[in-house]
Design a protein around this ligand. Structure first.
Ligand code: V47
Length: 361
């Protein structure tokens, strides 16, 4: 049997795909077939529900010591674009967002600030928790946690333990980029490496903090490196079952150092990558089509390529818009619900742990 018939047979029987299968899938240009297979797995794992949540992004600062070559958001302290939020500003943003009684989550991701002490972050988290105990705080990527621990000279476990005690409820999935030291050496040598990113996720899961996983693709990586990235996540998920969702981020080159060298990848590649992620990550319940990154029509199309989650209302996205992101910076619940309904699926409002708030049959 040729490899694609073998793969289809495996998917239909629920047999795990191998590395060679993953590489073969990336070489396949039959995007309709890939979508059909991914949709079959999506249907089997999560049925017709498509999840969204009501959330607010807050980026405490864009000053960043890592200065990754793919990032247009981070800058040096003396840049004209740099900003730092005070605790009062953060609380004011949260208070304004919390006027919407539907708000359930604050998503907090920032640059790696050179001088802010760890106590500053604990204070912000503890103050947010005290004022808004009903809000889930999804805060600090594995890269940030790794950086904070190093700065403070304490272990990853101790850093996570203190953040959990202060009020962090889960970790967002950013900073994974491509888990390959070759790629990281080229793109982001000044932050957690592959092993360190995975070690933080594992430590978080082991202490009961769930996290998300992501992949930033469409830059200097090979297809084999995409497959190895997905398999590294799958292996850790086998061990901990602590990842809630997987998100793939197509690289946006505008205003980054790579703008001249790399073109934004195609819609074709975006759909293939979405589908192959769904197929390889057989132990992930949720695949998120992050509309901010993809734009809303592409996020909608992704629901036919394995995705079952469309993220949230977001409000004021900064990271992707700095890199030329074309989607809105915020969406109403009505727009999200309409987008899901147009696909014939059932919109489901969820909380940050994927508990169902309401099913909009
Ligand atoms: O870590 C940065 C990526 C991430 C670019 O966990 C870029 O639910 C494309 O973590 N082109 C930050 N991607 C966003 C993030 C996130 C967003 C939404 C939901 C969740 C979640 C997490 O964005 C970074 C990096 O991987 N990124 N620059 C760029 N130019």
């Amino acid at each position: 049997m040729e490899i694609y018939s073998v793969i289809e047979d495996k998917v239909r029987k629920g047999i795990r795909l191998s590395r060679a299968d993953g590489v073969a899938l990336f070489a396949c240009q039959d995007v309709a077939w890939l979508g059909m297979l991914a949709d079959l797995v999506r249907q089997r794992i999560s049925g017709d529900y498509v999840y969204f949540n009501v959330n607010r992004h807050i980026n405490l600062t864009n000053i960043c010591t890592a200065r990754c070559r793919f990032c247009a958001f981070g800058c040096d302290a003396d840049s004209q674009q740099s900003y730092e939020m005070t605790k009062e500003q953060v609380l004011a943003i949260a208070a304004q967002a919390a006027q919407d009684p539907a708000l359930r989550e604050l998503h907090i991701v920032s640059g790696l600030h050179p001088t802010w002490p760890l106590a500053y972050y604990f204070d912000i988290i503890a103050s947010l928790k005290a004022k808004f105990p009903h809000l889930h705080l999804k805060a600090f990527t594995a890269v940030e946690i790794h950086y904070f621990a190093k700065q403070a000279g304490i272990t990853i476990e101790e850093t996570l333990r203190r953040f959990k005690a202060a009020g962090v409820d889960s970790l967002p999935g950013g900073g994974a980029e491509i888990l390959s030291d070759r790629v990281r050496e080229q793109l982001c040598p000044n932050k957690a490496n592959s092993e360190e990113w995975l070690a933080v996720a594992k430590a978080a899961h082991q202490m009961g903090l769930r996290s998300n996983a992501s992949m930033l693709y469409g830059h200097v990586e090979t297809m084999e490196e995409r497959v190895d990235h997905l398999l590294a996540l799958r292996e850790l998920q086998d061990e901990t079952d602590g990842f809630q969702t997987f998100i793939c981020f197509p690289f946006h080159p505008k205003n980054t150092e790579l703008n001249e060298a790399v073109r934004r990848t195609s819609l074709w590649d975006e759909m293939k990558t979405m589908a192959i992620s769904r197929l390889l990550l057989d132990n992930f319940r949720n695949i998120k089509a992050y509309w901010v990154m993809l734009t809303l029509p592409v996020a909608q199309l992704s629901l036919g390529f394995g995705a079952n989650d469309i993220d949230g209302t977001v409000s004021e996205e900064k990271i992707i818009h700095a890199a030329g992101g074309k989607a809105e910076t915020s969406l109403s619940q009505a727009a999200i619900i309409r987008t899901i309904r147009e696909t014939g699926r059932i919109p489901v409002e969820r909380d940050s742990m994927y508990n169902i708030i309401r099913v909009l049959e």
